[in-house]
Write a protein that binds this ligand. Structure first.
Ligand code: ADP
Ligand code: ZN
Length: 460
C-alpha cells in the first residue's frame, strides 16, 4: 500500500515529525515546522524535486502519456521550476472524459476512498485517494487548524455536510489528526448544533459562511449569546465565495475570529489554502502544490497583484496527481512572505469562479460584488438572492435581501431601497431592482449557498 512513488526516497519527512501529544508536549507555533517555515529557495528546491517525481508518476497513465506526446515533451524537459509552464493543462472536462477511473495513476486496489462531485452537466467527476493521500490531506488540514491557534484540548464541531462533500471527512480527519475532540455534527438542525456547542464546550466550528449566519439567527431566536453562553474561539469558514464584509459581520456576530479556508475536491478537499492569524490572504501550501495565476484567455502568467485564474499542480498525490489543473477560481498573489514566519504564497480571497460571472448588458458582475455592498447595511440580514430575467428583450437583475428587523415603516423602506440601489449602481454600473423581504423568506441551503438564479432566455 505504501510503496508508491515517494516511499523509497523518504519523500515525506513531515509525516514522521513527532506531533504534539495530548498533554501539550511539543506544542510550538507550527504544526509542521520544517515545511511551514522553509525559505523560498528551500521551498522551490523541494517543489522542483517533487514536480519531477510527480511528472514521472503521471506518465504511468495513458491519458498523460498521450498529453505529453501531443505537447512534445518528456520528463527530462522539466529541469527548473519554470518548466512547469511547458506542461499541458488539465481541466474538469478531462476528469469528465475519463470518468470514472481513467486518470488514476495507481491500481484501483491501492485506492481506499473516492469522492465525487455532483456534476450538474455531463458526467460527475471522481477523485481517488490512497491511504497515504488521506494521511497527507489530514496533515494539511491539521496544519491549518494549528496555525489559527487550535490545540489538542480544543473541541471541534464540524458543521458542514458529510458524504461526498469533502468539507465533512476532510475536516474530520484533520481535526482528529491534530488531536482535538471532534464532533461530526454535519450541516443543518441548528437547534441541535447549538445544544452541542453549549453541552460539549465547542471551541471551534467549521461551516460554510452562509450557514454560520443562519446558526447565529437561530441563536438569537433562542436567546443564546455566543459570547456569553459558549466557549467558541475560532471559526473556519470556506467552501464558497464570501466577501470581507461578510467575514467581518460573522466575526462581530459570533464574537470570534473567522478564518477563510479554501479547498477543492480535485486537490484533496479543504486544506489547500488557509488564512493565518494575520488574516492577510490565504497561505497556499507550496510543499503540496505549485501555484500559478494565469490569464484565463491567453493562459500566460499574470504579474503578482493582478487577478487571474488559479492553476494548481499537485506535488504529493499518489492516486490522482493533477498537472496544471485549471480551477476556474479567480484570485491574485498578495505576497510571498508573512509576519507569521511562513513563506508560502498568500492569495487574495476568491472572487468566485469564472463560471459564476454574470454578464448583464455587457457588464461583467460577480455575486460577491453585490454581497460586499449589501453587507455594509446594518438594516440588512445576511441572506440574499440575485435573479436574472429577460423582460421586453432587456436583461434585468433583481436583488432580494432579507431585513434584519421587520418594519411597517414604508417610507423608511423606500429610502433604504433607494440607497441600496444607488450603492449597487456605483459598484456594478447597473441599477438592479431591489426587494427587501422579511427574514426567513429566502431559501437557505445546508450546503453551499445558491446566490444566483438565471431565468434569462438564451438566444442562439
Ligand atoms: P464543487 O466543485 O462541486 O463545488 P468542491 O467542494 O470541490 O466541489 O468546490 C471547490 C470550489 O469551491 C472551489 O473551486 C471554489 O470555487 C469554491 N471555494 C472553496 N473554498 C472557497 C473559499 N474559501 N472562498 C471562495 N470559494 C471557495
Ligand atoms: Zn502568515
Amino acid at each position: 500500500m505504501y510503496t508508491y512513488m515517494y516511499e523509497a526516497k523518504g519523500r515525506f519527512p513531515e509525516v514522521d515529525t513527532p506531533l504534539p501529544t495530548k498533554d501539550g508536549q511539543g506544542a510550538g507555533a507550527y504544526f509542521n515546522p520544517v515545511p511551514e517555515t522553509m525559505s523560498r529557495a528551500e521551498l522551490e528546491a523541494l517543489q522542483l524535486e517533487r514536480l519531477q517525481q510527480t511528472v514521472r508518476h503521471c506518465l504511468t497513465n495513458p491519458f498523460y502519456q498521450k498529453k505529453f506526446q501531443e505537447a512534445g515533451i518528456t520528463p527530462n524537459d522539466i529541469k527548473s521550476l519554470a518548466d512547469v509552464r511547458r506542461l499541458p493543462f488539465t481541466t474538469k472536462q478531462d476528469l469528465r472524459d475519463t470518468y470514472p477511473f481513467g486518470m488514476a495513476c495507481v491500481p484501483l486496489r491501492d485506492c481506499v476512498r473516492l469522492h465525487s462531485s455532483s456534476g450538474t452537466t455531463g458526467n460527475p467527476t471522481v477523485i481517488l485517494h490512497t491511504q497515504r493521500d488521506l494521511d497527507e490531506w489530514a496533515n494539511q488540514v491539521a496544519r491549518n487548524l494549528w496555525m489559527v491557534g487550535l490545540r489538542p484540548d480544543d473541541v471541534f464541531q464540524n458543521s458542514s455536510g458529510y458524504g461526498m462533500f469533502t468539507g465533512g471527512l476532510g475536516f474530520q480527519y484533520g481535526a482528529e489528526r491534530l488531536g482535538m475532540l471532534t464532533v461530526p455534527a454535519a450541516a443543518g438542525n441548528s437547534l441541535r448544533q447549538i445544544k452541542f456547542i453549549k453541552d460539549f464546550g465547542t471551541t471551534a466550528i467549521h461551516a460554510v459562511p452562509s450557514y454560520v449566519t443562519r446558526l447565529y439567527e437561530v441563536m438569537q431566536e433562542e436567546g443564546v449569546d455566543p459570547r456569553r453562553d459558549t466557549k467558541l474561539k475560532v471559526l473556519a469558514i470556506g467552501a464558497e465565495p464570501h466577501s470581507e464584509e461578510q467575514r467581518q459581520r460573522i466575526e462581530q456576530m459570533m464574537g470570534v475570529k473567522a478564518y477563510n479556508s479554501f479547498g477543492m475536491s480535485e486537490m484533496c478537499g479543504p486544506g489547500v489554502g488557509f488564512e493565518c492569524p494575520e488574516q492577510n490572504g490565504l497561505h497556499f501550501w507550496e510543499d503540496y502544490y505549485i501555484v500559478e495565476i494565469v490569464d484565463p484567455e491567453t493562459l500566460e502568467p499574470v504579474p503578482d497583484g493582478e487577478i487571474g485564474e488559479l492553476v494548481l499542480t499537485t506535488l504529493c498525490r499518489e492516486a490522482m496527481p493533477l498537472l496544471r489543473y485549471r480551477t476556474r477560481d479567480l484570485t491574485r498573489v498578495l505576497g510571498r512572505t508573512c509576519p507569521c514566519g511562513r513563506n508560502h504564497v498568500r492569495l487574495d480571497r476568491m472572487r468566485g469562479r469564472s463560471d459564476d460571472m454574470m454578464v448583464l448588458r455587457g457588464v461583467n458582475i460577480f455575486p460577491i460584488q453585490i454581497e460586499k455592498i449589501l453587507m455594509q447595511f446594518s438594516e440588512l440580514a445576511s441572506n440574499y438572492l440575485i435573479t436574472l430575467t429577460t423582460d421586453d428583450n432587456n436583461d434585468n437583475m433583481t436583488v432580494e435581501v432579507e431585513l434584519a428587523q421587520p418594519t411597517d415603516d414604508y417610507k423608511q423602506l423606500q429610502t433604504l431601497e433607494r440607497e441600496i440601489r444607488r450603492r449597487l449602481k456605483d459598484e456594478i454600473l447597473l441599477t438592479p431592482i431591489v426587494r427587501l423581504v422579511n427574514k426567513g423568506t429566502l431559501p437557505v441551503s445546508e450546503g453551499k449557498a445558491v446566490r444566483v438564479v438565471d431565468k434569462r432566455k438564451v438566444y442562439q
